[in-house]
Design a protein around this ligand. Structure first.
Ligand code: C5P
Length: 224
């Protein structure tokens, strides 16, 4: 292992992408593969952590030694993460959470008809990452000890990332540059990790496991 520097720690990782049901057979989803979140879970197990992996619609083998919680929608992911986060040392939100969900789900499969289809009305999902920070502030600032967000940005990566870190009140924000065959569904990732103190740590393009290890290094530094 890597010295077991997460031994005795409980960490929560969310991974994958949520699905928001339209009817019993259709959903609004995204292209997240879960690779980065699963790499985070595997490396945390290897470093000695007790790991809860909240997994949304991922087609990858379960990481050995992680406690799996399977969810589908943002609502379910929120419940699972908030419950697991209560006494967690760290929560890493690597999942791609849908920003919106259909206002209502049809209980039966929507039929094709001669008329124009009905529009699908959307409503906002809660921001789970922001809620973790708010809950921590309300509870006196202790748990979870470290809150980590991910952000995929296409332009003004650093400025947008910095604003997002502040808006969401997280301790670390891993900012991915998307596009150019990076990030989604690929084994490699390149990123900058922004810290609440204003540092930025560049992670060169490489395996998602390497990025995961850098994230855990930065988490370990923040743990008492
Ligand atoms: O705002 P944006 O979607 O770019 O933020 C991404 C980060 O926020 C990720 O860590 C993601 O898991 C988290 N998030 C969340 N709840 C949402 C949307 C995003 O926790 N509804």
């Amino acid at each position: 292992g890597r010295g077991g520097d997460l031994a005795g720690r409980h960490v929560v990782v969310s991974a994958g992408g949520t699905r928001e049901a339209i009817d019993p057979v259709r959903f609004i989803g995204n292209r997240s593969s879960g690779l980065q979140g699963y790499a985070l879970a595997r490396t945390a197990v290897a470093r000695g952590a007790e790991v809860t992996l909240v997994s949304a619609n991922v087609a990858l083998p379960d990481p050995a030694g992680a406690k799996m919680v399977r969810v589908e929608s943002a609502t379910q992911l929120r419940e699972a993460v908030l419950a697991a986060a209560e006494h967690a040392d760290a929560v890493v939100m690597a999942a791609a959470v849908a920003d919106f969900r259909p206002v209502r789900q049809s209980g039966t499969k929507i039929k094709k008809s001669a008329a124009e289809p009905d529009p699908i009305h959307l409503t906002k999902n809660p921001d789970i990452l922001a809620e973790l920070g708010e809950t921590r502030r309300a509870g006196g600032g202790t748990y979870p000890r470290v809150i980590v967000g991910f952000a995929a940005e296409t332009d003004d990566v650093l400025a947008n990332g910095r604003a997002k870190l502040e808006r969401k009140g997280c301790d670390l924000l891993v900012v991915n540059q998307v596009g150019e065959n990076l990030a989604f569904g690929t084994p490699d990732n390149a990123a900058v990790v922004l810290t609440a103190e204003g540092e930025s740590v560049e992670i060169p393009r490489g395996p998602k496991e390497d990025l995961a290890d850098v994230v855990w290094n930065l988490v370990v530094r923040r743990l008492p």
